[in-house]
Design a binder for this molecule. Structure first.
Ligand code: FAD
Ligand code: SF4
Length: 572
């Protein structure tokens, strides 16, 4: 826990009508990621007594992102406005070069898409979540202390407190229930609060992406030289085409100060359907000849991590509030993934600040409980919802994502006619790839992720000359390097149906399990009973990185491990 825990704060619940003796704060923020930090800072700046509860031993210890954090020109709030000094103290390198590589076997066609990246972008920096979030935590603690609140780490909120059927506070593993006039659920993609309120479910794999990432050691000088950048510059490289076979998604490589973040993000339904192993897909990227020019001879992985990501186009809640509860960031499904653009942290910041601002306004009008309605309106008025659920995508996907249309598009592209069209477009393709207009309507089919980039590489690409001798660690070594505070006897996942039909997908889709590997979370085995053979799934959560994948693809009862327990990321 953060020292000097501020649990003696004054109560003002009589004013707002909470008829209990529970500890009361004006605002309780659950989660100290970018969404929670932004909400808490904005509340504190406006004199709102704010308590922040974070389950990790330190903010960031449970978090993973790619990760590029954007300050959008059109955003009403950016993180450096809320936290002066942020870029200087909490980020790695600014992104100055931005490329996408279309891959077919060892043939690659690269496009410079810096123009797309810089569209509506004031700045964009690479970050690692443990250092970033823990820096934010310190600032938030200083600010919220001033209001009589503060940040408490190692506290897991396990549900919503209701009175007369209405949400009035939160319940925790480590503390007595707490009431508040505003409850900000900034508890990320696996938000237990959003689910408790009935505002999110875990039903459909096509509503989620799964991200897997390796942080790889590299000296700053080697980064500058190999990526042809200066010490205050950074590069972002994206990868699509056939290097992940038919799985819909892509790869990324971002330069940090003295490491690289290399990872993959795939549609979870595609990962499940192809029975693909996430760690092997990551290895396909790491061992591709193209990466030889950057990775060099010595490869040392600092950390292997994974997490789910919501697809805002499908799950961003258009009304992310109930009673006193508001959802911000991934908890509200506000993570935008469109083609080569992944933006979640910046939207979490905007949403957190807008929710706080809505509460401050509601309070000043003597009606604090109208904060949710006001927040919903702000998200619309500020254009955030249009980014999260682009109307153009809705129009195109209604037709383009129908199987027959998607298959036909792929067949045409792969035909001699399609190939001729790709060749004729030639140099114009780079411009088309950089069009924000086109990117906002990309359908979630194989075409943009696999078919088109493969055809582009085959028709316009050059063979890669570099060698890549990297041998990534195997899964056992990757798991062995992770830090855990285990919770033996208190497993946070219960397998409700252990038949292979119901839960078998978890064996391949879990990023720390594999079909031929006995040391992960999920295993399948043939069990002989009364002369017949049954295929069953068994679970051991010891190496779990808490990504949430099996909550969607298997029949489980899934919750976060208790505060401070489970995996602790050092990089994120
Ligand atoms: C591989 C990968 C690549 C990504 N790349 C990018 C990128 O390049 N750019 C980008 O902007 N976004 C990226 N994202 C998405 C981005 O990480 C999220 O959108 C963002 O972190 C959401 O912020 P948040 O504050 O809503 O939630 P989080 O950052 O997830 O923070 C939630 C916090 O709540 C805490 N918490 C959860 N449950 C509880 C509980 N019950 N009690 C107390 N505390 C709790 C957690 O410990 C955590 O600190 C990527 C994600 C992944 C996985
Ligand atoms: S057991 Fe489930 S939550 Fe844990 S790492 Fe595997 S898929 Fe993710």
């Amino acid at each position: 826990m953060t020292d000097q825990a501020p649990l003696d704060a004054a109560t003002d619940h009589e004013q707002y009508g909470t008829a209990t003796d529970h500890e009361h704060y004006e605002a309780v923020v659950v989660g100290a990621g970018p969404g929670g930090a932004a909400a808490a800072a904005t509340l504190a700046r406006n004199g709102v007594e704010t308590l922040v509860l974070e389950r990790g031993t330190e903010a960031g210890s449970k978090n993973v992102s790619g990760g590029l954090i954007y300050a959008e020109e059109s955003a009403p709030y950016t993180i450096d406005e809320l936290f002066p000094g942020f870029r200087e103290h909490a980020t790695e390198r600014p992104v100055t070069d931005y490329y996408i590589h279309n891959v077919a076997g060892d043939t690659v066609k690269t496009f410079d898409i810096t123009d797309l990246h810089e569209h509506d972008t004031e700045w964009c920096d690479a970050v690692l979540r443990r250092p970033m979030d823990s820096w934010l935590e310190d600032r938030v603690h200083e600010m919220t202390r001033e209001t009589g609140g503060g940040v408490l780490t190692g506290v897991r909120v396990n549900g919503l407190l209701r009175e007369n059927g209405r949400i009035v506070g939160v319940t925790c593993d480590e503390l007595d229930p707490i009431t508040a006039d505003l409850i900000v659920a900034a508890d990320g993609v696996n938000s237990e609060l959003a689910r408790d309120a009935g505002l999110m479910d875990w039903e459909e794999p096509d509503e989620w992406f799964q991200g897997v990432k390796a942080v790889v050691d590299m000296e700053p000088d080697a980064i500058d030289e190999r990526f042809d950048i200066g010490p205050d510059e950074g590069a972002a490289h994206l990868f699509s085409g056939d290097l992940f076979e038919d799985v819909r998604g892509g790869g990324f490589l971002y330069t940090n100060e003295e490491s690289l973040s290399i990872g993959t993000v795939f549609h979870l339904d595609s990962l499940a359907a192809e029975e693909a192993e996430p760690h092997e897909l990551l290895d396909s990227l790491l061992t591709h000849p193209l990466l030889g020019q950057w990775l060099g001879d010595e490869y040392h992985e600092r950390e292997y991590s994974a997490k789910l990501v919501p697809d805002s186009k499908k799950v961003a809640s258009t009304s992310p509030h109930r009673d006193r509860l508001v959802l911000v960031g991934d908890a509200g499904g506000q993570m935008q993934a469109q083609g080569p653009i992944i933006k979640g942290m910046n939207h979490a910041v905007t949403a957190g600040a807008l929710a706080a601002e809505a509460f401050v306004e509601a309070r000043s009008r003597g009606d604090p409980h109208s904060a949710g309605e006001r927040y919903e309106k702000r998200l619309q008025d500020e254009g955030v919802m249009k980014k999260l659920r682009p109307p153009r995508y809705r129009a195109v996907s209604a037709l383009g994502e129908q199987d027959a249309v998607a298959d036909l598009t792929d067949r045409v592209l792969e035909s001699s006619v399609g190939r001729a069209a790709v060749r004729a477009l030639g140099g114009n393709l780079e411009r088309l790839y950089s069009s924000p207009y086109l990117v906002s309507m990309i359908p979630d089919t194989k075409t943009p992720y696999v078919t088109l980039p493969t055809v582009i590489a085959e028709e316009l690409g050059e063979p890669v000359e570099t060698r890549n001798d990297v041998e990534p660690p195997d899964l056992a070594d990757r798991i062995g390097e992770l830090t855990y505070d285990t919770d033996v006897g208190n497993p946070h996942i219960e397998l409700l149906d252990n038949s292979y039909e119901a839960s078998g997908t978890a064996v391949t889709a879990c990023p720390v399990s594999a079909a031929d590997f006995g040391g992960g979370c999920y295993r399948d085995e043939e069990v002989k009973t009364n002369g017949s053979t049954e295929r069953l799934v068994s679970l051991d959560t010891q190496p779990c990185v808490e990504c949430g994948t099996c909550a969607v693809v298997a029949d489980t009862d899934w919750e976060h491990p208790r505060g401070g327990k489970g995996v602790e990321f050092r990089e994120g």
